[in-house]
Design a protein around this ligand. Structure first.
Ligand SMILES: Cc1cc2nc3c(=O)[nH]c(=O)nc-3n(C[C@H](O)[C@H](O)[C@H](O)COP(=O)(O)OP(=O)(O)OC[C@H]3O[C@@H](n4cnc5c(N)ncnc54)[C@H](O)[C@@H]3O)c2cc1C
Length: 460
C-alpha cells in the first residue's frame, strides 16, 4: 500500500503540469505513467499551441514558463513564432524537452512510476478509496486524498463509472497520426519557394493574423521570420497534384515546424489514418504499418519536390501513435464550441484556451474555426470535476467539453494549463479537511494559480 496526497494518472502535458503543481504546493505526489517516458507529445517536437493567442498575448504561464526556462538554459528553445495562418506557437528541441520535463518534476520532488498502468479503482460513495496500479513488480494499491485523471483517454474516470462521450454523435473520431522529424532542412530555399508560390501554402486564415495583407505580403512576412514554419495545403496545387498522381496520400496539410536550428531539423505532421479508436488497441496497433509507410512516402515527396529538403534526412519518428480524441468525461460543466469560438470568460476560470477549433477529418478534410477577435476563452474549474466523483479531477484531452471545444482546448498549451489548475486544486484538497473538490474555494484556487505564475485573468 502506497500513500500520497495526490496521485496523477498519465504523464503527458496535463499530467506533468498537474504533478509538478501539486508537489510545488506541498502535496506528496505520485505520477503514474503507462509508457516508458514523461512528456507525451512534447517528445515529438510538435509545436506548443494554445499558449499565445492570435493577438500575440500569452495566455498560459506557470509550469509552461518553467519548462521554457529549462529549455533556454540547455539551449533547447527555438522560439515563439507566427504561423501566418491562424496561430502563434512555441518551437523547441524535443530531445532537450525530455530533460526539461524530468528536471521540473524532480525539482518539486514528484515520485513517478514508469511502465505502470492504473488498472482499477475502488470507489465508495463517489470517492476513490484506492487505486490499483500494475507494473513488472506486480500490483500495488495507492491511497490518496485526490486523484487526477490525465490519461488522455479518461481511463481513471471511466473505471470509476463516470459518464463520458466519445467522438461525434455517430462515434467518428479525428484521425490518428505518426509525427516525424527531418534534419538538414535548409530554411532559406524553402521560404523563398513559398514566397514565389504562396498558392501552395495555407496563409492568413484568421483576420488577426492576416491583418489586411495579401497572400504575397504574408509570404514575405514568413520569409522575413526566417524559420521553416510552412503549411503546404491539401487543396493547393503542389500537394493536390501529388495526391492525384498517387505520390502522396490524401491529407489536409503538411505542417513543417522547426525543432533545432543547430540540426536544421523540423517536425512534420501530415500522416493520418481515419476511423480508428485509440480505445481499440488491436485497431490502433493495426495502423502502425500504414502510418510508417506514409512517413516514408512523405519524406520522399518532400525531398523530390520541395526546395530546401533535397539533402534532408529522416531523423526521428514518434515514440507512439498520436491520438487526437477518445473519451470526453462529462463534468459539472461541459465547455461548448460556442464558449470557445466566442472567447467566453467565466468567474471560475482556472485555465485558458485560444487555439482555433481544429478537427482533423478523413483525407484532405479539416475544420479550422478561429477564436473571436484573436482572443481566448476561459476553462471553468467545473470542467475539471467529473460528475458524481468527489475526490477526482480530470485535465487534458479528456476534460469535460463538447467535440468542438475539445477540438480547440486539446492542444498542449491548454493541457498544461488545465493540469496546473487540477494539481493545485488537489494540493488544496489534501491540505484541507474537505472531502469533495466542489467544496474548494475557487477564488483561493485562482489566487494560488496566479501566485504560481499561471494566467487566469486579464487577456482578450
Ligand atoms: C498527431 C498529433 C498532432 C498534434 N499536434 C499538435 C500541435 O502541433 N500542437 C499542440 O499543441 N498540440 C497538438 N496535438 C494535441 C496534443 O498533442 C494533445 O492533445 C496533448 O498532448 C494531450 O495531452 P494529455 O496530457 O491530455 O494526454 P497525453 O499526452 O495522451 O498523455 C496521457 C498519458 O497517460 C498515459 N496513460 C494513459 N492511460 C493510462 C493508464 N491507465 N495508466 C497510466 N498511464 C496512462 C499515456 O501513456 C500518456 O502518456 C496533436 C496531437 C496529435 C495526436
Amino acid at each position: 500500500m502506497l500513500k500520497y496526497d495526490a496521485v496523477v494518472v498519465g504523464g503527458g502535458s496535463a499530467g506533468i503540469a498537474a504533478a509538478a503543481s501539486a508537489a510545488k504546493e506541498g502535496a506528496r505526489t505520485l505520477l503514474v505513467e503507462a509508457g516508458p517516458n514523461l512528456g507525451g507529445e512534447l517528445l515529438t517536437g510538435m509545436t506548443i499551441d494554445g499558449a499565445i493567442n492570435a493577438r500575440g498575448q500569452w495566455i498560459v504561464g506557470g509550469i509552461l514558463t518553467e519548462l521554457i526556462e529549462e529549455l533556454k538554459r540547455m539551449d533547447g528553445f527555438v522560439g515563439a513564432f507566427n504561423d501566418w495562418r491562424l496561430i502563434r506557437y512555441l518551437c523547441y528541441d524535443p530531445v532537450v524537452m525530455q530533460f526539461a520535463v524530468v528536471n521540473v518534476l524532480n525539482k518539486y520532488g514528484v515520485d513517478f512510476l514508469l511502465h505502470t498502468v492504473a488498472e482499477q479503482a475502488v470507489v465508495e460513495d463517489g470517492a476513490v478509496k484506492e487505486l490499483i496500479i500494475h507494473n513488472k513488480s506486480g500490483k500495488s494499491k495507492v491511497e490518496a486524498d485526490c486523484f487526477i485523471d490525465c490519461s488522455g483517454d479518461g481511463d481513471l474516470c471511466a473505471m470509476c463509472g463516470a459518464l463520458y462521450e466519445v467522438g461525434s454523435p455517430n462515434g467518428d473520431l479525428q484521425p490518428v497520426s505518426m509525427m516525424f522529424r527531418m534534419s538538414g532542412v535548409e530554411a532559406e530555399p524553402l521560404l523563398r519557394f513559398v514566397k514565389e508560390h504562396p498558392e501552395h501554402v495555407a496563409l492568413g486564415e484568421s483576420d488577426e493574423i492576416r491583418g489586411g495583407r495579401t497572400d504575397e505580403e504574408i509570404a514575405e512576412e514568413l520569409y522575413k521570420q526566417g524559420q521553416p514554419t510552412v503549411f503546404f495545403k491539401g487543396d493547393g496545387p503542389l500537394l493536390r497534384k501529388a495526391i492525384e498522381r498517387g505520390e502522396m496520400f490524401p491529407t489536409a496539410l503538411i505542417m513543417i515546424q522547426p525543432t533545432s536550428n543547430q540540426r536544421k531539423e523540423v517536425c512534420i505532421n501530415c500522416t493520418r489514418v481515419a476511423h480508428v479508436s485509440g480505445l481499440d488497441t488491436k485497431a490502433l496497433s493495426g495502423t502502425m504499418v500504414e502510418l510508417l509507410a506514409q512517413v516514408r512516402q512523405s519524406v520522399k515527396f518532400l525531398k523530390n519536390n520541395v526546395p530546401g529538403f533535397e539533402n534532408a534526412q529522416l531523423s526521428a519518428v514518434g515514440q507512439r501513435i498520436g491520438i487526437r480524441e477518445t473519451r470526453r468525461i462529462i463534468g459539472e460543466y461541459v465547455l461548448t464550441g460556442e464558449d470557445a469560438r466566442s472567447g467566453r470568460k467565466f468567474s471560475d476560470g482556472v485555465a485558458k484556451g485560444c487555439h482555433h477549433i481544429d478537427i482533423h477529418q478523413e483525407g484532405t478534410k479539416q475544420i479550422r474555426i478561429p477564436i473571436a477577435n484573436g482572443g481566448s476563452y476561459d476553462i471553468p474549474f467545473r470542467c475539471l470535476i467529473p460528475k458524481g466523483l468527489k475526490n477526482v479531477l480530470v485535465a487534458g484531452r479528456c476534460f469535460s467539453a463538447d467535440r468542438e471545444a475539445l477540438g480547440s482546448a486539446r492542444v498542449i498549451g491548454g493541457c498544461l494549463a488545465m493540469g496546473q489548475a487540477a494539481g493545485t486544486a488537489a494540493s488544496m484538497l489534501a491540505a484541507s479537511n474537505l472531502e469533495d473538490v466542489r467544496q474548494l474555494d475557487v477564488s483561493l484556487l485562482r489566487k494560488t494559480l496566479k501566485s504560481q505564475g499561471a494566467i487566469v485573468d486579464g487577456t482578450y
